[in-house]
Ligand binder design. Sequence first.
Ligand code: AHR
Length: 656
Amino acid sequence: MGLEEGGRCTIFCLLLLLSVGCKCLASGSEVTQEASLSVDASPLLAQKIPDTLFGIFFEEINHAGAGGIWAELVNNRGFEAGGPHTPSNVDPWSIVGDDSSIFVATDRTSCFSRNIVALRMEVLCDNCPAGGVGIYNPGFWGMNIEDGETYNLVMHVKSPETTELTVSLTSSDGLQILASATIQVAGSSNWKKLDHKLVAKGTDRTSRLQITANKKGVVWFDQVSLMPSDTYKGHGFRTELISMLLELKPRFLRFPGGCFVEGDRLRNAFRWRDSIGPWEERPGHYGDVWNYWTDDGLGYYEFLQLSEDLGAAPVWVFNNGISHHDEVETAAIAPFVKDILDSLEFAKGSADSPWGSVRAAMGHPEPFPVKYVAIGNEDCGKTYYRGNYLKFYYAIREAYPDIQMISNCDGSSVPLDHPADLYDFHVYTGSKALFSMKNTFDRTSRGGPKAFVSEYAVTGNDAGRGSLLASLAEAAFLTGLERNSDVVQMASYAPLFINDNDRTWNPDAIVFNSWQQYGTPSYWMQTLFRESSGAIIHPITVSSSYSDSLAASAITWHDNENNFLRVKIVNFGTDAVSLSISATGLQGSVNALGSTATILTSGNVMDENSFSNPNKVVPVRIALRDAAEEMEVMLAPHSFSAFDLALSQSELVAEM
Ligand code: AHR
C-alpha cells in the first residue's frame, strides 16, 4: 500500500476537496447523500482499547499449515498417511519405472516406534532404464523449487547391501533435472539418517523429489523431508506468508483450530503431545473434519514459536474431551485435564521442570508466555461441556492463576452460568446481517466476562471467494467492536489461509499456492484496524438521513513520529456521501502535513482479488493536504475509508 501523490480519478472522487471534474462512478450512482460525523476527543470521554483487540486465528484447514505456512515440501514424509495397517496407500508418493522394474510396499519396520510404517523399495532390474527407477513425491500439488536456492534433504534409510541412490529435484514429469546428487548407502541392518543439501539450477513451481537407483537391491525409507533452507528466522515457516501476517501486526495468535481441535471423532482430534519432540518421531494424524493428513511438522511447539515470531500472544485452543460426534463424560475427564496441565507446563514451565525440559531440549529454554486458553471450540451445547469445562477451569486456575480462560458459551446477551474470563463469539453470515451487527455489543452487560470474537466473516453468495462487499460489512462490524472494546477484548477473522488447491472453506483472508499469495479484500480491510489495538477510542456522532448505510469509529494512535486522529467510515450503500468531519477536544490543531486518506473500494462491489490481479481491491493511500479539525470529504459508494489526521506535537494523547 503506497502513498500516491497524483491519484487516479476514482481516488480523487473520494475527497470533495479534490473532486472537481470527476464523476464517482463506482456503482453507477450519481446521487450524493449528506452526512456529518463529529468526534469528541476530549480526554474525559476517551477509553483505551485493549492491547489485544485485533489478532489472527490460524486453523489447520484448507492446507493452511501442511502444504502452507509450514515449509515442508514432502507430503506424507513418513508413509503413515495410509494408516497403520500394511500394505497401505502411500499417496501421493508414486513410482519411477514400472512393475517389472520396481516394487514398493509399506511394512512396519521403522526405527520410530510411534510411526512404525516404512517404505520398502525393491529394485528388480540390473540393467535399469536410463535415470534409474525408484520413487517420487510431488509435495502439495507440486514443489516450488527456485533457482539458486538450497534445499535440505533428510531421510532415514536402511539397506542390507551397499547401494547408490540418486536424489533429484525434477520437473513434474521427471524429465528436467533442477538438482541432483548421488548418495552411497553403506550396507547395514541398521537405519541411518542421511542429509544432503541440494542447490537448484532452475526454477519450477510444480517440481517433485525423486529417489532412484540403478541396480537390483532392497532399500527401506522413512521420514523423508525436504525443507527450503530459507525459512522465516530459520523456524520452518514460509517467509512470504509470514510477511503477510506481520503486515497485520497481530496482537494474538489463536491456534490450532476450530473444528480441527475437536475432530469429527475424538480419535482424530489434534493432540499436542503427538506434535512435539523430534519431527521424525511424530506420528502425524488425519484431520477428519477438513479431510487431510498432516505430519504435524507444524506442532504445538511451532505454534508457540510462531506466536513469538509474530509478537503475538498465544491463545491455545485445546480439546476438552468433546468432538463433533463423541464426548468423554465428566466422570472420566481427569486424564484429559492432566494432559492439558502438562501442555501448560511444556509452554510455561521452567527448563528443569519435566515438560519444560522437553521444550528446552527443542531449543527454547525460556518459557512461552501463554496467558489465554480456550476450553474447547463451539461446544457449549454439548452434553458434557459444562461439566468438563469446570474440571479444566478449576484445575488450570489453581495451577496457573495468571491464565485467562475462554468459554465456548456466548455471554453477549445473557450472563454465563459458569465462571470465565472471556467467552467465544463466532459469526458467519451474509453482508447485510453482519453490517447490522455493528451494534450487537452496544447492548451487552458491562459487568460480565469479556467477549472474544474469535471467528467472524461474511460467507455465502455475498462473499464469493472474498469480495469487497464482504470486507465492507466486516469493517462495519469491527467499528462496532472498537466502540465496544470495554466489553470486547479480542477479535479475529476466520479462516486465515487457503491453499488454492484445497478450497474447502471460502472465503479466507490469504490465498496462496506453492509460490504465490495475495490478500482478499477482507485481509486488506484488517490492515486498517491494525493500529487500533492499544489505541484510544473516542465517542462519535453521525447525523444523516443515510446513516443506516454508514458505520464509523474514531481513534487516536501514534507511530514513531506522529500522533493521529483516525476516523474510519464504511459507506455500505450505493450512493456517494458528502461527509463533513469535525473534531473537538483535540486541544490543538490538525496538521495537514502527514495527514492521509486510505480508501478501500472498487468498480464493482463483488470484485475480488486473484493471482492474475492480486491488487484489484487494495487500499490506496493519498495525501490529505487540506486536513483540518473541520473538513469535507466525499465517500465513494461501497467504500471503506480511513482518514488519518496528523496532530501537532503539543497534542500528545495521554497514555491511559
Ligand atoms: O473457520 C472455520 C470453522 O468455522 C472453524 O473450524 C469452526 O470453529 C467454525 O465452525
